[in-house]
Design a protein around this ligand. Structure first.
Ligand SMILES: Nc1ncnc2c1ncn2[C@@H]1O[C@H](COP(=O)(O)OP(=O)(O)OP(=O)(O)O)[C@@H](O)[C@H]1O
Length: 264
C-alpha cells in the first residue's frame, strides 16, 4: 500500500445503497463496498438477485434512492454511490459517465449509430475531445478489437460477438477508470469468450463483472461478491467462496467444474 492517500482511495464506493423499483419491488438492501483502482471484482448470484440493478446504479442509470436523508444532512453528503469521491447525483452524471463505462448484457441496448466507426466514436465525441484525439482513440480501439475491417459496416450486419466487441471498443475509447460489465461472456462461443476475457484482462480500468460464468470470474477476478435477494451474502477470494458448497447451494449457485474436479 502507498502512503499517498489519493493512491489508495477507492475509484468507486457504495455505502448503504437500497433501491426499490417504482412498482414497489425491493431490489437492493443495504449494499456497501468499495472498488480500488484496477481491482477486478466478480458479482454472482441467482436470477433476480439484483446484479443488473446494482450495476445500473454505478453510472446513475437508475436515479432515485429510497434512503431517507438524515436531519441536518444534505442529499449530497448522504448519497450512497460515489465515483472518485463524486456523488452520483443528477447534476454530476456527465462527469460520472466519463469515469464509468457500462457494458449492457445485450449489445442491441447499446448500439444505435449507422456504422461501427460512428458507434465507437460516439462516446469520445461527447467528451468534447479534439477531432484528432477522437480519430486516434477510435482507430486504436478498432484495431485492438480486430474490427478495423468492418469499421464501415452497419452494426446490424455483425454477429452477436462482434457487436459486443463494438460496444466494448466504444466504452474503452472513453478511457473510463471503472467498467461495469453485465454478463460480458453470455452468448459468446468459446473462442469469442476467450478473446473477450483477454481484452478485459489487458484493460487497466477497475471492473465489476456481473456473471453466471463462474469460471470467468475465477480466471479474471481477485475478489467476488455473492448477491442474493438484494443483499451481499459473501465477499472474498473467488476460489475460497466457490469451494464453499453450503454457501453456494444456499444461494442457488453450482460449484464451477474446475473446482468440483480439483483442477484449481
Ligand atoms: N424494471 C423493473 N421493474 C420492477 N422490478 C424489476 C425491474 N427490473 C428488475 N426488477 C426486479 O428487481 C429484482 C432484481 O432484478 P435484477 O435484474 O437486478 O436481477 P439480476 O441478478 O440481474 O438477475 P439475472 O441474473 O436474471 O439477470 C428482481 O426481483 C426483478 O424482478
Amino acid at each position: 500500500m502507498s502512503d499517498d492517500p489519493s493512491i489508495n482511495s477507492p475509484v468507486l464506493s457504495v455505502d448503504k445503497l437500497s433501491y426499490r423499483y417504482p412498482n414497489g419491488q425491493a431490489a437492493l438492501t443495504d449494499i456497501s463496498f468499495d472498488i480500488q483502482p484496477g481491482e477486478r471484482i466478480g458479482l454472482v448470484g441467482p436470477n433476480g438477485a439484483g446484479k443488473t440493478t446494482l450495476l445500473l446504479h454505478l453510472n446513475g442509470l437508475l436515479p432515485g434512492y429510497d434512503l431517507p436523508v438524515a436531519d441536518g444532512q444534505s442529499a449530497e453528503a448522504s448519497y450512497p454511490v460515489r465515483v472518485s469521491g463524486l456523488p452520483a447525483l443528477q447534476k454530476n452524471l456527465p462527469a460520472i459517465r466519463q469515469h464509468v463505462g457500462f457494458l449492457f448484457q445485450d449489445p442491441d441496448d447499446q448500439l444505435f449509430c449507422s456504422t461501427v466507426r460512428e458507434d465507437v466514436a460516439f462516446g469520445p465525441l461527447n467528451l468534447g475531445l479534439s477531432r484528432e484525439e477522437v480519430l486516434q482513440r477510435v482507430a486504436t480501439q478498432l484495431a485492438a478489437m480486430g474490427l478495423t475491417d468492418v469499421e464501415n459496416r452497419s452494426t446490424m450486419q455483425l454477429s452477436f460477438g462482434e457487436r459486443k466487441r463494438v460496444c466494448l471498443a466504444g466504452i474503452l475509447a472513453c478511457q473510463p477508470n471503472v467498467l461495469a460489465l453485465d454478463e460480458p461472456s453470455s452468448n459468446l462461443d468459446p473462442r469469442a469468450r476467450r478473446g473477450f476475457m483477454r481484452l478485459l484482462e489487458d484493460c487497466p480500468a477497475a471492473q465489476l463483472i456481473a456473471s453466471h460464468d463462474l469460471e470467468l470470474i475465477l480466471d479474471l477476478c481477485t475478489r467476488v461478491m455473492v448477491l442474493d435477494r438484494g443483499r451481499i451474502q459473501a465477499d472474498g477470494e473467488p476460489a475460497t467462496i466457490f469451494s464453499n458448497q453450503r454457501l453456494m447451494e444456499l444461494h442457488g449457485l453450482e460449484l464451477p467444474l474446475s473446482i468440483r474436479y480439483g483442477k484449481r
